[in-house]
Design a protein. Structure first.
Length: 174
């Protein structure tokens, strides 16, 4: 059984395993879900994605976690903490990706809030970030709802420029 990490009123967040590849592959192949990524992923690329998360659990103790509906057990997306290097510093990023059938239900915000709190309260992070492409307005909204604000300027991350949304531990109150 995969390790459960967090629970919210509606959701369970747990570590992924290759048993989750079916769901992850379908989600990462959806053009709407992946519209702010360079491309949709093949099943082989989705397997590498899951493996990277499993490697992050081993290396950092966190990564993107599978998010499931508590009532039904249905997987709805991935939300978690990913260590990123931004402007030469290692930072904990709250990342979120919800599958299209589950959009606009507040699930990303609910799960991301739990991850933000975990970063501060359990891992002792003094600052958390989210890297978001300028055109990804829905993700801007989630970041703002969990108390992150955009920093001036853009950073190059991977192939694209991103806005760094951030907050320090003292400013992250509901």
């Amino acid at each position: 059984m995969a390790k459960q990490v967090l629970e919210t009123p509606r959701l369970i967040l747990r570590e992924m395993s290759m048993d989750d590849l079916g769901f992850v592959a379908v989600m990462l192949a959806d053009p709407e879900v992946m519209r702010y990524y360079p491309k949709c992923y093949t099943r082989v690329e989705a397997a590498a994605w899951v493996q990277r998360s499993m490697d992050r659990y081993a290396q950092h103790g966190h990564g993107l976690w599978l998010v499931s509906d508590k009532a039904t057990g249905q997987a709805v997306g991935q939300v978690g903490l990913v260590t990123q290097t931004v402007r030469g510093l290692e930072e904990r990023e709250v990342g979120y990706l919800i599958h299209r059938p589950y959009w606009r239900q507040g699930l990303a915000t609910e799960a991301a809030t739990a991850c933000r709190d975990y970063a501060v309260q359990v891992l002792g992070s003094q600052r958390v970030i989210s890297l978001i492409r300028p055109e990804n307005l829905p993700s801007h909204g989630v970041a703002r709802k969990i108390g992150l604000q955009p920093e001036p300027g853009l950073v190059q991350h991977g192939m694209f420029e991103h806005i760094v949304f951030s907050s320090t531990a003292g400013r992250m109150v509901e």
